[in-house]
Design a binder for this molecule. Structure first.
Ligand SMILES: Nc1c(C(=O)O)ncn1[C@@H]1O[C@H](COP(=O)(O)O)[C@@H](O)[C@H]1O
Length: 169
């Protein structure tokens, strides 16, 4: 199947973080692609990628970078597709540098920024955007959310049992 989400990262060193986004998209059966491109190191390729993405059928771009993270913003500047930015923790500034670089976009060129290393939430946001026009995906996502709820309800029941055991000992 042709990819409809594109995960792009500034370096393959960001992959351990971005694997969480890939896993979630895989779980939701959303076709995606992954590329490492850098606005600093491969600016021409980034511009080409961003300009051609919509024409290739990509609907949402997830762009991740650490340090002086220009990549998500440069992609947003070169496409009309929604761009979700993931600041990656990696430098001596622990990802705050990337967070500020990505989140503080000038008016007109937004990047929907998630938490530092928030790759999974980036994928969830992408799924939510796609689900607006895909009722099957919307149902899958609703089931996923229900699963999250059930997990905490079960954990709460287990907690009560622990408390009970604590009291009787
Ligand atoms: N922030 C950017 C950009 C960019 O914004 O274009 N290109 C690479 N990087 C980031 O540099 C960090 C170190 O990269 P290396 O590990 O390759 O030296 C990575 O977190 C990457 O996202």
């Amino acid at each position: 199947m042709k990819p409809i989400v594109s995960i792009i990262m500034g370096s393959t060193s960001d992959l351990p973080v971005m694997e969480k986004a890939a896993k979630l998209l895989d779980e939701m059966q959303v076709p995606f692609e992954m590329n490492a491109l850098s606005a600093h190191r491969t600016p021409a390729e980034v511009e080409k990628f961003a300009k051609e993405a919509a024409g290739r059928g990509i609907k949402v771009i997830i762009a991740a970078a650490g340090m002086a993270a220009a990549l998500p913003g440069v992609i947003a500047a070169n496409t009309t597709l929604p761009v979700i930015g993931v600041p990656v923790k990696g430098s001596v500034l622990d990802g705050v540098d990337a967070l500020y670089s990505i989140i503080q976009m000038p008016p007109g060129i937004p990047v929907a920024t998630v938490a530092i290393n928030g790759a999974m939430n980036a994928a969830i946001l992408a799924v939510q955007m796609l689900a607006l026009a895909d009722s099957e995906l919307a149902q899958k996502f609703a089931a996923y959310k229900e699963g999250l709820k059930n997990k905490i309800v079960k954990a709460n029941e287990e907690l009560k049992e622990v408390k009970f055991a604590f009291k009787t000992n």
